[in-house]
Design a protein around this ligand. Structure first.
Ligand code: NAD
Length: 485
C-alpha cells in the first residue's frame, strides 16, 4: 500500500463535530489512505482570546499537509472577531471556491429536476478585502478591490475547470453597468480569456437578472464564474434550490494548498442532537479525495452516498413523508452510506472520476511582459465631513480654495453631483466629495500641488477625511464620473 496522504482536519463548532465524525467514519470504512493531523479552530480559540480564531501551530500543520478538511465553525457575535474562513482563504491564497449544486430528483424535493450548476467564486478580493472605515458621523465605507491578476486567475480557473470536467459553457455574472471600473475589469478579463477557449461557450449576465434566471431556470447554466460577494450569495441560493444547503460541498483551491468543506455553517440550533445532514461535508471530502488522487475511494463514497439518497434514507432537512423511506440521524445516515460502499445508484447517474485531479489549480499562462500604461495624475477628489449648510454654501467656500494650478470642478454627495447646478431635492449627508482638476485643460497636476491644496483646506478649517488621486492611464480616464456629472 502506498504511503498515507497527510491531511489536516478541524472538527469545528455547532454541528461540525457530528458531521465530521460521520464523514471520517465513512472515509475509514471506504479505505481512504490518510494520515490525519487534527487542529483546533473556531469558537474555542476565539473565546480563549485569539481574535483570529486560529493558533500559530495550526498554520504549521496546514503548511505541512497542504490539504485541509474543515467542518463549519461559529464566528462569535460582536466586534473584534475576524471571520476565520476569510482569513484562511486569503492567508493560504485559496483563490478559487468551487461549489457544485446538483439536484437529486426524484429523491430529494426540488423545483428544478435537472439542475447541475457549478459556481466558481473568486475568493480573495472584492468587498471581502475587509477594508472598512467610518468616515463621518453618518457614513461608513467598504472598499471594493478587483485586480487584473486576481480576475485572470479565477476566470482561467473556471474555463480550465469546464474543460477538465466536460462542461460546455462558462457564464460570468457582474454588475458592470453600474461598477464600470471594478466589475468592468472582471468582465473585460472574462471576454479576453473566453476568446482562448473556443471549445467552451461563454456569456455574460448582469448579476441581478442573472440571479433571477438562476433561481428560476438553473438548467440554463453550466459553470458560472463570479466576483466574491455575488458568488457567496448565489452559491447558497443555488445549493438551496437544488434541494438543501445541507447537500453541497465546496473546494477552495490555491496554487499550493486546498481546503474542503460544506457550504453551510455550523447551524448551532441543530447541534448535539444527531440531526444534521453530513452530506455537504461528505461531498466536499469527495472533492478532496479526487484532489489528492484517491479517485477510486472518491467514487466508492460518492456512489454509495447516491445510493443512500435513492434508497430514501434521509436526514430531517430533506426528509419528506411519502417520498423518503426512513428519517435518520447523522450517525445512522453515515452507517447507511457505509453499508452501501461498493454499490452503485440505480436511477441517478453513477459517478466516475478521471485520474487527473478535476479541481486542481491551473497553470496560469505566463503573461508576456507588457509595457506599463502611462499613468498621469490629473486631479484629486478631496472628501469632507461637513454639516454646516447647503451644497451651494459649501461650493461657494470650497471654490475659494482653487488656485496654484488646480480648480474645483464639481462636488458630489454619495455619488450624486450637487454643485454646480445641483437639485434642491437631492438628500445630502455629511460626506462630500470635492473634485479638483488642473485649471488649464489638458494639463496634469503634481503631488506638491495636491499637498498645497490640502494645506488650504486645513487652514480654512475643513475636516478632510480622505483624498483619492485621479489618474488617466494611457489617456483613458481611471475614475468614475458622478451621476449627473
Ligand atoms: P447555517 O448554514 O449554519 O444554518 C442555516 C440553517 O440551515 C440551519 O438553521 C439549518 O436549519 C440548516 N442547515 C445548515 N446546515 C445543515 C445541515 N448540515 N443539516 C441540516 N440542516 C442544515 O447558517 P447560519 O445559521 O447563518 O450560521 C451559523 C453559524 O455558522 C454562524 O456563526 C456563521 O458565522 C457560521 N458559518 C460558518 C461557515 C463556515 O464555517 N464555512 C459558513 C457559513 C456560516
Amino acid at each position: 500500500m502506498s504511503k498515507p496522504v497527510p491531511i489536516t482536519v478541524a472538527h469545528g463548532d455547532g454541528i461540525g463535530p457530528e458531521i465530521m465524525a460521520a464523514t471520517l467514519h465513512i472515509l475509514k470504512e471506504a479505505g481512504a489512505n490518510l494520515e490525519i493531523e487534527t487542529i483546533d479552530i473556531g469558537e474555542k480559540v476565539y473565546l480563549a482570546g485569539n481574535s483570529s480564531g486560529i493558533e500559530p501551530s495550526a498554520w504549521e500543520s496546514l503548511r505541512r499537509t497542504k490539504v485541509f478538511l474543515k467542518a463549519p465553525i461559529t464566528t462569535p457575535q460582536g466586534g473584534g472577531y475576524k471571520s476565520l474562513n476569510v482569513t484562511i482563504r486569503k492567508t493560504l491564497g485559496l483563490y478559487a471556491n468551487v461549489r457544485p449544486c446538483v439536484s437529486y430528483h426524484p429523491f430529494v424535493e426540488t423545483k428544478h429536476p435537472v439542475m447541475n450548476v457549478v459556481i466558481v467564486r473568486e475568493n480573495e478580493e472584492d468587498l471581502y478585502a475587509g477594508i472598512e472605515h467610518r468616515q463621518t458621523e453618518q457614513v461608513m465605507q467598504c472598499l471594493k478591490l478587483i485586480s487584473r491578476p486576481g480576475s485572470e486567475k479565477i476566470v482561467r480557473y473556471a474555463f480550465e475547470y469546464a474543460r477538465r470536467n466536460n462542461r460546455k459553457q462558462v457564464t460570468c455574472f457582474t454588475k458592470d453597468n453600474i461598477m464600470k471600473l471594478t466589475d468592468g475589469l472582471f468582465h473585460k478579463v472574462f471576454d479576453e480569456i473566453a476568446a482562448e477557449y473556443s471549445d467552451i461557450q461563454n456569456e455574460h449576465w448582469i448579476v441581478d437578472i442573472g440571479a433571477a434566471k438562476l433561481a428560476d431556470t438553473p438548467e440554463a447554466f453550466d459553470v458560472i464564474v463570479m466576483p466574491n460577494l455575488y458568488g457567496d450569495v448565489l452559491s447558497d441560493v443555488a445549493a438551496q434550490i437544488a434541494g438543501s444547503v445541507g447537500l453541497a460541498g465546496s473546494a477552495n483551491i490555491g496554487e499550493n494548498m486546498a481546503m474542503f468543506e460544506a457550504i453551510h455553517g455550523s447551524a448551532p440550533r441543530r447541534a448535539r442532537q444527531n440531526l444534521a445532514n453530513p452530506s455537504g461535508l461528505l461531498l466536499g471530502t469527495v472533492m478532496m479525495l479526487v484532489h489528492i488522487g484517491e479517485t477510486d475511494v472518491a467514487e466508492r463514497v460518492h456512489n454509495a452516498w447516491l445510493r443512500t439518497i435513492e434508497d430514501g434514507i434521509h436526514t430531517y432537512d430533506i426528509y419528506e413523508e411519502g417520498k423518503s423511506k426512513q428519517k435518520v440521524g447523522t450517525k445512522e445516515f453515515a452507517e447507511a452510506v457505509v453499508q452501501r460502499l461498493g454499490q452503485m445508484p440505480q436511477t441517478l447517474k453513477t459517478v466516475k472520476y478521471k485520474s487527473t485531479a478535476e479541481t486542481a489549480p491551473v497553470a496560469q499562462a505566463a503573461r508576456p511582459p507588457q509595457a506599463r500604461a502611462k499613468k498621469e495624475l490629473v486631479g484629486v477628489d478631496v472628501f469632507l465631513d461637513w454639516t454646516r449648510g447647503t451644497a451651494n454654501d459649501l461650493g461657494g467656500s470650497i471654490s475659494q480654495l482653487s488656485g496654484d494650478g488646480t480648480k474645483l470642478t464639481m462636488m458630489s454627495n454619495r455619488g450624486v453631483k450637487v454643485w454646480p447646478g445641483g437639485h434642491a431635492e437631492t438628500f445630502c449627508s455629511d460626506h462630500w466629495r470635492c473634485r479638483f482638476l488642473s485649471d488649464t485643460d489638458g494639463n496634469g497636476v503634481s503631488h506638491p500641488q495636491i499637498i498645497s491644496l490640502l494645506k488650504r483646506f486645513a487652514d480654512a478649517g475643513f475636516d478632510f477625511i480622505k483624498t483619492e488621486n485621479l489618474y488617466n492611464f494611457d489617456g483613458e480616464r481611471g475614475y468614475s464620473l458622478d451621476q449627473g456629472e
